[in-house]
Design a protein around this ligand. Structure first.
Ligand SMILES: [Zn+2]
Length: 349
């Protein structure tokens, strides 16, 4: 490649018509007769950035310079010497509308990803840093709201309650916070129907209607394990925080707990409508299976209860019966739990 231009010797105002060429990795500037004016290794030479059609300037180590309007020639010269002058890539990007379209698409994608992963990640971060006393306050207010709006005093007889408490104690010993970290409360679910849910402070609420559907003890243990897993993984806080990230962040930073009032208002409704994502439900099912194994129970027992709920309440149709509200995923949950049950067999031999 030979590039025509003008040579300006160091410390001189003379302008000499010249040519730049490459000899191996050496840049050679020669005059019109072919006599060599200067020669330098290409890596010691600096080329100005390419900016539209502005003349390019090549600065040489001895203070002399070479200027040309042949932008493409300079780029070709540097590239054949294995170097990319500054600005070349930028120019290439600017001149390619496809890259403009691509970068707009990339920006849109990154905003979507921030919403999909950024918000839940922020909610998890805050949930993990929520002090226990705040979890207690949110839970107490939520339970008050639930009792006012939807739940009634349990009708279970004391003998049944006693039996259920023993089951709850067994499985809660396998939870992260240990036996004393959780408490069970009984309620008549009324229109809420068969349901169980947990509050951030470790309170698990079971409705009488759910109890009446249970046929085996380990079905109930599986349900409690599932609810305890929601507590351990701070799912309720995450769910509530995703809807009110800013007030929660402010409350945690300033220590102004009154900001959590909003959380206590939205949480009960979210719990009643089972707003948990499929991912959260799967995590809770998996954790429950682990806990069931730890106490020597059948991890797949809960699957039978899920199936019964599905059949008796929905009759196989799409419906949202409380604990099953993530209905489209129910069949998947059942087969996952059954899989857990099978994988247990070789270990117990
Ligand atoms: Zn759940």
């Amino acid at each position: 490649v030979i590039v025509a231009g003008t040579f300006f010797p160091a410390g001189s105002s003379r302008a000499i018509p010249a040519r730049a060429s490459l000899e191996g990795k050496t840049l050679r500037i020669s005059d019109e007769t072919g006599a060599v004016l200067v020669e330098f290794p290409l890596r010691q030479v600096r080329a100005s950035s390419r900016l539209g059609n502005v003349r390019r300037r090549i600065e040489l180590p001895d203070g002399s310079r070479f200027e040309t309007e042949d932008n493409d020639g300079i780029d070709a010269l540097f590239q054949s010497g294995g170097r990319y002058p500054r600005g070349a890539v930028l120019h290439w990007l600017e001149s390619s509308y496809k890259w403009v379209v691509a970068s707009v698409a990339l920006a849109a994608l990154s905003i979507t990803l921030t919403i999909m992963y950024g918000l839940p990640a922020a909610a998890l971060w805050l949930a993990e840093r929520t002090p226990h006393r705040i979890a207690v306050t949110i839970s107490e207010q939520s339970l008050q709201t639930l009792d006012r709006l939807a739940l009634h005093r349990s009708q279970l007889d004391p003998a049944d309650m006693h039996k259920v408490r023993i089951l709850f104690a067994r499985i809660s010993a396998a939870g992260k916070q240990g036996k004393s970290g959780y408490r069970l409360m009984f309620r008549d679910g009324g229109a809420v129907g068969p349901n169980a849910f947990s509050l951030p402070d470790g309170t698990v609420i079971m409705t009488d209607q759910l109890y009446r559907l249970v046929r085996r003890d380990d079905e109930l243990e599986g349900v409690f394990g599932h609810e305890i897993a929601h507590v351990d993984r701070r799912h309720a806080l995450q769910l509530a925080y995703e809807g009110s990230l800013l007030p929660v962040a402010i409350a945690l930073i300033t220590g102004d707990a009154s900001q959590f009032g909003q959380v206590a208002t939205v949480l009960p409704l979210m719990l009643l409508q089972s707003h948990y994502s499929r991912g959260f439900e799967q995590q809770a099912d998996d954790d429950s299976a682990v806990m069931m194994r730890r106490i020597g129970g059948d991890p797949a027992a809960m699957a039978a209860l899920l199936e019964r709920l599905d059949k008796e309440i929905c009759g196989g149709k799409e419906c949202a019966p409380g604990w099953l509200a993530s209905h489209p995923a129910t069949t998947e949950r059942i087969s996952r739990l059954r899989q857990e049950g099978k994988s247990q067999l070789p270990r117990s031999r």
